[in-house]
Design a protein around this ligand. Sequence first.
Ligand code: SF4
Length: 714
Amino acid sequence: MTLTAVTPTEPSTETGTATHCPYCALQCGMAITTEASAPAEPVSARVAPREFPANGGGLCQKGWTSASLLDSPARLTTPLIRTDGELRPASWDEALDLIADRLTALQAEHGADAVGIFGGGGLTNEKCYLLGKFARVALGTSQIDYNGRFCMSSAAAGGMKAFGVDRGMPFPMTDLAEADVIVLVGSNPAETMPPFLRHLQGAAAKGGLVVVDPRRTPTAEQASVHLAPAPGTDLALALGVLHATVADGLLDDPYVRDRTSGFDETWRIVAGYWPEHVERITGVSAADQRRLAHLLAGARNAYVLTARGAEQHATGVETVSAWINLALAHGLPGRAGSGYGCLTGQGNGQGGREHGQKADQLPGYRKLTDPAAREHVAGVWGVDPDSLPAPGRSAYELLDALGEPDGPKGLLVFGSNVVVSAPRSQHVADRLASLDFLVTADLVLSETSAMADVVLPVTQWAEEDGTMTNLEGRVLLRRKAIDPPDGVRSDLDVLAGLAERLGQPAGRFSTDAETVFDELRLASAGGPADYAGVSYDRLRAGEALFWPVPDTEHPGTPRMFLDAFAHPDGRARFVPARHTGPAEPPDAEFPLLATTGRVLQHYQSGAQTRVVAELVDAVPEAYVEVHPETAERAGLAEGQLAAVESRRGLVTARIRCVPSLRPDVVFVPFHFPDGQRANLITNPALDPTSRMPEFKVCAARIVPAAESEKDGES
Ligand code: SF4
């Protein structure tokens, strides 16, 4: 089942340290060189692209400018403790002692779950693993989750249901080059990960690049076919195309018979979604639905790829299931040269969801509710399995419970800026403000850190060793290339220092990344995401290792499911899905559909990219995209300030008139702070399975706004 790995990672060279970008899940290869302008001057770093399968020697503007982050004047270099309302510098011992004392006191008064942890999908595998262990062993709290819940959880749950295991792309991304047809659903790589476009060129050249997106994005502009369903109707579109597939005799009957189960139950629902009916729901013509069905059926090799546009809904798991069902109907998953995949967003969005920082999870993608998994991991940790807490709250539910009588009173935040990135963000900020004690570990004083009682300055990508798992399940070694600024420590140091103060035995929490990774290998051994055979030595030697890698002789698994899917019977599952529409449909009061997304120059909450001058110069602030007629009806014109209002708040930014946009849609990018926070309006309605909030659609209206509202002064 395993095949030859793709191009190996290059080792460090005389011209620099071979490493990977600090931002998105493409994890482009780059080299870092360091130099001092004079012998007594501080060393500064420079990045250059490096040949690597993901990026083929290209970088986007974020990657090119990433070295600016390392010596940014905004960097934090000393712990800060809030005194008399102000953050003032403190020593590390003072800060760690205070944190340990306050956490101990809160737990003594209110119980173990009085302290919560919020992690991040950009943290290295080692940090994600140690955060989960720290929560369950050093604090004994069930209250841990992370921002990947906002990003990947619906695709992960959909993949689990269909295939029995979730690896975003269960094939190397270089396989995409041979495809005749690629259907991108809710993805805009031309802005989010531009070097990825190289993998789509083959399908585009053959007229087979299909983009499903309510907006005519830069990716949609380059597509052979652009389908623009109304926000919140992607699921219905998948049902219509599946209906056309069956009605036009295009179903891959042998594949469905031999490799899947559940088709009949799924068809009983899909039979009611004929293309003309779906046209009325989505706005995508019946002819275009049939055209897509025939494109997929006529392709020798084809892929369906979903991303946040499809997934960030209160029905995100069902939406993913509907698109997987379509891929199964055409016999794509588990066939060489074809497949279904999801495009992970955050840098370690894949590894970050595998190693235990999720509320219900233990390392190796094991379930916290599985007695055998508890016993295995507790054995590695040297603790009693019964001492491990039960699953806790999901990310938004955890944030929503902060400061409540039965919620956490103290919170530690690592690698996340929830004041900007969480849905209904003013409510989340209010919950943070209600805490007795908030601690953050951060690079810069993000909007969340600005609210903290203690802020710990931590190292970043080029200043530390660590592994990341990219969007195709390939484990990468990111090497230390430069010393961190004086006064800065790694997250591993922070956790070890706190664990010791909380009474943990010496050595249970290592500060050395390779030692932590070796422990992670043991903890993951035998689990769905098995890293037992991945070692730093193999990665240093340039091996391309895609999990599972069950032992050190195993070559890794670039292509999964070729022989069988991961369910016990080896079959993939059709999972019935039904269109219900947005949790908050438009009405007379809020007649528009607001949706959110990214711009090329910024990453996530913008905490990192908003301190890079070139990126800020390019896109200094949020904006509101609307159709010119929609703007005119609201009494607005290009460049004027508008407030986009929902039932939860309003976001203020300048109007950009976009004739290609649907007149019922308004778009706001989500990287900006204060009154420009797109998440001031987003709907925290949660998917019942993944607990993913509905970031991608809510009912809204636009009205003219005053200049003072842009900075949140209203
Ligand atoms: Fe590559 Fe993503 Fe970094 Fe851009 S942000 S250089 S696409 S890894």
